[in-house]
Design a protein around this ligand. Structure first.
Ligand SMILES: CC(C)(COP(=O)(O)OP(=O)(O)OC[C@H]1O[C@@H](n2cnc3c(N)ncnc32)[C@H](O)[C@@H]1OP(=O)(O)O)[C@@H](O)C(=O)NCCC(=O)NCCS
Length: 180
């Protein structure tokens, strides 16, 4: 089932986005997203990964891993993965996301995040959704703050990027305690 999203006007021209579950035949489009310089820079992706790895990860289905893709005019331009915890952390979800460089700052991340929070809080019953973000990733920080994520701490020199160490913020969004 598609998930149509109304997009507000803003700095760059917004696009109409449909969010749906990922399919195996999205592998090539997602490989192209993963290979974008901006995506490699903003995530833990390494350069020069193979398309086969994208296909393999999509073919591995786990019930607690929810992969949402964003389509713009039937082209897949982004993905968000929401992984729900297990046992005593079953109420905790963890997010990772990317949007193709050519489609950033046009509302795609907003559409993916809105759908993921709806899925997490209203269907899976998550009370805490967490993520990690490089401390200098301003577009990502703006997106997460817009959805109520707050910084809880800093991990120092946690990853290598283009010849330098970088720090990440741990961020989380908590559902209200009385949330059903
Ligand atoms: C981070 C990312 C997912 C955001 O998705 P996006 O589609 O670019 O985000 P949106 O267009 O929905 O913008 C969300 C908000 O971020 C802010 N924003 C967007 N582009 C921005 C920019 N270039 N600089 C600063 N803030 C920006 C705006 O506040 C915007 O909300 P608004 O349009 O309602 O004002 C995307 O840029 C991306 O995939 N980047 C590369 C990979 C990455 O960094 N992933 C995140 C890992 S933690």
């Amino acid at each position: 089932m598609g998930y149509p999203c109304a997009i507000m006007a803003g700095a760059r021209e917004k696009v109409a986005v449909t969010v749906r579950g990922a399919r195996k035949d999205d592998a090539q489009a997602l490989y192209e997203c993963r290979s974008c310089p901006g995506v490699v820079r903003g995530t833990l992706q390494l350069p020069f990964r193979s398309a086969d790895e994208s296909a393999e990860s999509l073919s591995q289905s786990r019930p607690n891993v929810h992969r949402l893709v964003a389509e713009v005019e039937v082209r897949v331009v982004g993905m968000l993965t929401l992984e729900a915890g297990q046992g005593r952390r079953a109420h905790v979800g963890r997010i990772g996301m990317m949007v193709h460089d050519d489609f950033q700052s046009r509302g795609v991340g907003t559409a993916l995040m809105a759908a993921a929070i709806d899925l997490g809080e209203n269907w899976l019953g998550l009370h805490r959704i967490e993520l990690e973000v490089y401390t200098d990733n301003e577009p990502a920080l703006a997106l997460y703050r817009k959805f109520g994520f707050e910084i809880e701490g800093t991990k120092r020199r946690v990853a290598r990027r283009d010849g330098a160490w970088c720090d990440t913020f741990v961020m989380a969004r908590l559902a209200p305690l009385d949330h059903a």
